[in-house]
Design a protein around this ligand. Structure first.
Ligand SMILES: [Zn+2]
Length: 318
């Protein structure tokens, strides 16, 4: 089985903590030995900027993560290959494709010219917000979010579509999400999310949101973050989230979106306490087994594990 993933903070951690992506037990959920073991062909790499950075420091921090990724890709072409356009997706195999992707648009500092600069650095998707507010919209952690997209946000989406960048709605609260659906002319995505059918929080997607993405030919990546999968999963003494919960969320998203629009955006290396049965990337065969147990045929599991994300990127990238 091939694996392609829509969201991991691995290069953020490598940049910040100096961790070695070639070490199997060096502290990363996602690392080269495990990528090879599970047949990973592509990783979308979150360029996350913590809330404490805004303006120029946010821009500089994002550039730092992208340079770390560049350095590794240059040094180890046997393991990594940069994906910049749809045609590059055909080259994936022994080396896993890497795509830097902003998580939160704060590195753009509200300046449209910076979109082109980040595009030139290889960024091919932008999660418009994180939990806090930025120049594009309020994030899902803001109580009583503003009306929706700012005028910069609208301008940004237009420019991203012209360039061939994915518009990522992860972390968007409802009013801004609806604005994005009204603004996009190309397929949008939610790179990493759970479903509100099981955990009713602003951060998760309800059926109407899932449907809106699928209807536009987009992509939804289910994540492995315990609290998106099971209410209060990380509270002391509470039942933990497991690989069965991930399957529940995936199957529900597939019920709403159909089998061509749902995949995985695990958010590995973005949290400490992982789900039981999926402690790190190497445990992925447990999810495959669980989906098979639930009656999902191999061809459909293949779509969830890689086919749908690769199809989506093939349509959106230049
Ligand atoms: Zn996130």
């Amino acid at each position: 089985m091939k694996y392609a993933d829509a969201h991991a903070d691995t290069f953020y951690r490598i940049t910040l903590e100096g961790l070695d992506p070639f070490s199997r037990d060096g502290g990363l959920h996602v690392n080269v030995p495990r990528m090879r073991e599970v047949g990973q062909v592509l990783q979308v790499c979150s360029v996350f900027t913590p809330k404490r950075y805004s303006g120029k420091p946010a821009e500089d921090f994002a550039r730092r993560i992208i340079s770390t990724l560049d350095e590794w890709a240059e040094k180890r072409p046997d393991a990594f290959v940069r994906v910049r356009c749809a045609a590059d997706l055909a080259l994936l195999g022994d080396s896993a494709g890497l795509i830097p992707w902003l998580e939160g648009a704060s590195p753009l500092r509200g300046e449209i010219g910076l979109v082109d600069e980040f595009f030139a650095l290889g960024v091919r998707g932008i999660g418009l917000v994180h939990n806090h507010a930025n120049e594009v919209a309020d994030g899902c952690g803001v109580p009583d979010p503003r009306g929706g997209l700012t005028s910069f946000g609208r301008e940004l989406i237009q420019r991203m579509e012209q360039l061939g960048m994915a518009v990522d709605c992860a972390h968007l609260p409802q009013p801004a999400f609806d604005d994005v659906m009204g603004a996009v002319t190309r397929p949008p995505c939610i790179s990493h999310v759970g479903v509100r059918r099981y955990v009713d929080i602003v951060r998760n997607a309800d059926d109407q949101m899932l449907h809106a993405i699928a209807e536009r030919g987009g992509f939804v990546g289910i994540d492995f973050y315990p609290e998106h999968l099971l209410k209060d999963a990380l509270q002391p003494g509470h039942q933990p989230a497991t690989v069965e919960h991930i399957a529940d969320h995936l199957l529900h998203a597939m019920d709403v979106c159909g089998e061509d629009h749902v995949g995985l955006g695990g958010d590995f290396d973005g949290f400490a306490d992982a789900c039981v049965g999926l402690r790190h990337l190497g445990d992925l065969p447990n999810l495959e087994r669980e989906l098979s147990k639930r009656g999902l045929a191999e061809a459909r599991i293949e779509k969830v594990f890689s086919g749908n994300l690769l199809r989506y990127l093939g349509e959106v990238l230049p």
